[in-house]
Design a binder for this molecule. Structure first.
Ligand code: PAF
Length: 287
C-alpha cells in the first residue's frame, strides 16, 4: 500500500491507472477509522474487483467545521488509520494537508467554493451553516485528485450522500456514487469517530438515537399513516428521559427530495441529531 500526500502525485498515479484500463474506487474519510469505514473500503473493492484500485483519503477538512465546532479536537490517528487501510486491502491512501488543499487560504488567496442550494437547506445544513459548502467543496476537490470511477459514502450521513449525489450529477462528474449501509455497535449505536468523546453514562444514553428510530419504525409498522407532529412528540419524550441528551432536530422526510412530510408511512426517512453532553451525533433510518 502506498501513501501519497501530494495532489500532483495522486493525479499522476490516477492517470497512469486510467491509461492501463484500471478502474478506481474512492473512499473519502476524515480519518480515525473504525469498522464502519472498513466496510466502505470493502464495498469499494467489491465495486472495482481485485484488478481495480482502491484509494482512501484521510483529510480533516477545516472548511466543513463551524467556528465553534470540534475541528481542532477532532480525533486523529494516522498510524492506526494506515494499519486499518492496509488490512482492509486499500491500494493507496491519499493524505493531503491544508497547504495542499487550500493554498493561501489564511492570506485570503483561496476563494472558490462549491455550493448545492436545495438539499442543503434543512437538517444538517440548517443546524450547521456552511457545513455542506465545505463538504461539497472538498469532495469536488478530492474527486479531481483521485479521478475515481466510483466513490463510496456512508448511509449514516444520509443528507451528505444525497447532496454529493446531486452535486456530482449537476456538475457532470464522471463518477458513480455508492451509498453503503451504516455499521452499528451491538446496542444499535451507529459507528462514528465522534463516539470516542462519549464518557461514562453518555455512551449508554447515546443509544437513544437508535431507540428513537426503532420506536418510529414500530409506530408505522402497521402501515397506517401517523401524523409527523404526534410521532415527534412521542420521540421527544424518549429523548428527554436521558439527562445528558439534547435534541437538535428530528425530521421525517421523503428520502429522494428530502422534503419534510406531515404523514409518516413505511418508506418515510427519519433523521435526527442530538447533543450528548457536548458531542453531536446523528443517525437516520428508512421507516
Ligand atoms: O463524511 C466525511 O467523513 C466527510 O464529510 C468527507 C466526505 C470525508 C468530506 O470531508
Amino acid at each position: 500500500m502506498q501513501v501519497v500526500a501530494q495532489i500532483a502525485a495522486m493525479q499522476r498515479l490516477a492517470r497512469k491507472w486510467q491509461h492501463a484500463g484500471l478502474r478506481i474506487a474512492f473512499v473519502p474519510t476524515m480519518g480515525f477509522l473504525h469498522p464502519g469505514h472498513v466496510s466502505l473500503i470493502l464495498r469499494a473493492r467489491r465495486a472495482v474487483g481485485v484488478g481495480g484500485k482502491v484509494v482512501v483519503s484521510i483529510y480533516v477538512n477545516p472548511t466543513q467545521f463551524g467556528p465553534k465546532e470540534d475541528f481542532t479536537r477532532y480525533p486523529r490517528d494516522l498510524k492506526g488509520d494506515l494499519q486499518m487501510c492496509r488490512e482492509a486491502g486499500a491500494d493507496t491512501v491519499f493524505t493531503p494537508d491544508d497547504q495542499a488543499m487550500y493554498p493561501g487560504k489564511g492570506e485570503g488567496l483561496y476563494s472558490t467554493f462549491v455550493v448545492e442550494e436545495k438539499l442543503t437547506q434543512s437538517m444538517e445544513g440548517a443546524s450547521r451553516p456552511s457545513h455542506f459548502r465545505g463538504v461539497t467543496t472538498v469532495v469536488a476537490k478530492l474527486l479531481h485528485c483521485v479521478l475515481p470511477d466510483v466513490a463510496v459514502f456512508g448511509q449514516k450521513d444520509f443528507q451528505q450522500a444525497a447532496v454529493i449525489r446531486r452535486m456530482t450529477a449537476d456538475l457532470n462528474f464522471p463518477v458513480k456514487i455508492i451509498v453503503a449501509p451504516t455499521l452499528r455497535e451491538p446496542d444499535g449505536l451507529a459507528m462514528s469517530s465522534r463516539n470516542k468523546y462519549l464518557a461514562g453514562d453518555q455512551r449508554r444514553q447515546a443509544t437513544v438515537l437508535w431507540r428513537s428510530l426503532q420506536a418510529a419504525r414500530a409506530a408505522v409498522q402497521g402501515g397506517s399513516p401517523v401524523k409527523a407532529v404526534r410521532l415527534l412528540e412521542q420521540l421527544k419524550k424518549l429523548i428527554a428521559a436521558e439527562p445528558e441528551v439534547r435534541l437538535d432536530y428530528l425530521e421525517f422526510f421523503n428520502p429522494d427530495s428530502l422534503e419534510p412530510v406531515s404523514l409518516v408511512v413505511p418508506g418515510t426517512q427519519a433523521a435526527l441529531a442530538v447533543f450528548v453532553g457536548s458531542t453531536r451525533l446523528i443517525d437516520n433510518m428508512r421507516l
